[in-house]
Design a protein around this ligand. Structure first.
Ligand code: HEC
Ligand code: HEC
Ligand code: HEC
Ligand code: HEC
Length: 128
């Protein structure tokens, strides 16, 4: 009997710890993708859990970050990370304008993988 109670106790403490860690992880991680180039926003800024993508889903940095030199992606983590530095409201060269660049990246992969949100409200949640 006593042993059963100990096991139960450990299970409860363990679950509580996991829950707290899970919440902390989720909160620390979310990046609100607020860019000042969108002056009159139509939607609340998209939320992007960065560490979930790199750590849990184990997606390579180069899937999203890039600097192209001679058609090759030479990005490393000392380089530019802000997408709107290059993808502005208008198209230049072969680059996509900002909104299409984000949507192509995010929705493109979620569609391909069959994982991750695809509806507007899941990425652009209404402000509380
Ligand atoms: C699924 C797409 C995706 C992957 C994979 C990804 N990133 Fe990012 N990262 C982004 C986006 C989107 C932003 C925000 C860009 C913006 O605000 O314009 C960002 C921002 C950043 C920033 C600046 C903000 C911050 O948190 O300090 C750094 C640094 C960064 N990424 C590094 C990395 C590294 C290193 C890797 C690989 C281990 C990686 N990223 C993988 C999409 C990604
Ligand atoms: C240093 C400038 C630069 C930055 C920063 C940048 N891009 Fe790009 N991006 C480009 C260029 C240039 C192209 C066109 C490449 C080509 O010739 O096909 C491109 C192409 C794309 C494409 C089309 C598919 C592909 O990969 O070629 C998508 C989608 C995209 N970018 C999304 C993003 C996102 C999301 C971010 C931020 C995480 C980002 N870009 C940051 C310059 C940049
Ligand atoms: C290269 C693939 C890839 C790209 C690019 C990508 N995602 Fe994801 N995303 C995923 C996968 C895989 C999951 C499911 C992760 C899991 O739960 O294991 C996911 C899950 C999510 C979730 C749900 C998180 C949760 O709590 O369940 C959100 C929100 C999200 N992505 C937003 C974005 C946004 C915003 C972008 C673009 C800036 C983006 N993603 C780009 C692959 C991608
Ligand atoms: C997978 C995630 C994802 C989905 C799904 C998604 N978006 Fe976005 N969207 C983004 C990201 C990331 C940006 C760039 C960051 C930002 O400004 O929110 C963006 C930017 C925008 C912008 C430009 C900024 C503004 O508010 O004026 C509009 C408009 C927009 N999205 C509308 C939509 C609509 C409408 C839908 C549904 C049909 C949708 N999005 C679905 C991720 C998503």
């Amino acid at each position: 009997m006593k042993k059963n109670k100990t096991v139960l106790y450990i299970a409860i403490v363990g679950l509580a710890a996991l829950f707290i860690l899970g919440v902390a992880y989720a909160q620390d991680d979310i990046i609100s993708l607020e860019h000042d180039i969108f002056v009159e926003r139509e939607r609340p800024a998209a939320l992007f859990p960065h560490a979930l993508h790199t750590d849990k889903a184990e997606i390579d940095c180069l899937e999203c970050h890039h600097i192209y030199k001679d058609g090759e992606n030479v990005w490393d983590d000392s380089e530019e990370t802000v997408c709107t530095t290059c993808h502005t409201l208008e198209t230049h060269d072969k680059k996509l304008p900002a909104m299409r660049a984000f949507h192509a990246n995010c929705k493109g992969c979620h569609t391909k993988e069959g994982k991750g949100p695809l509806t507007c409200g899941e990425c652009h949640p209404r402000e509380k």
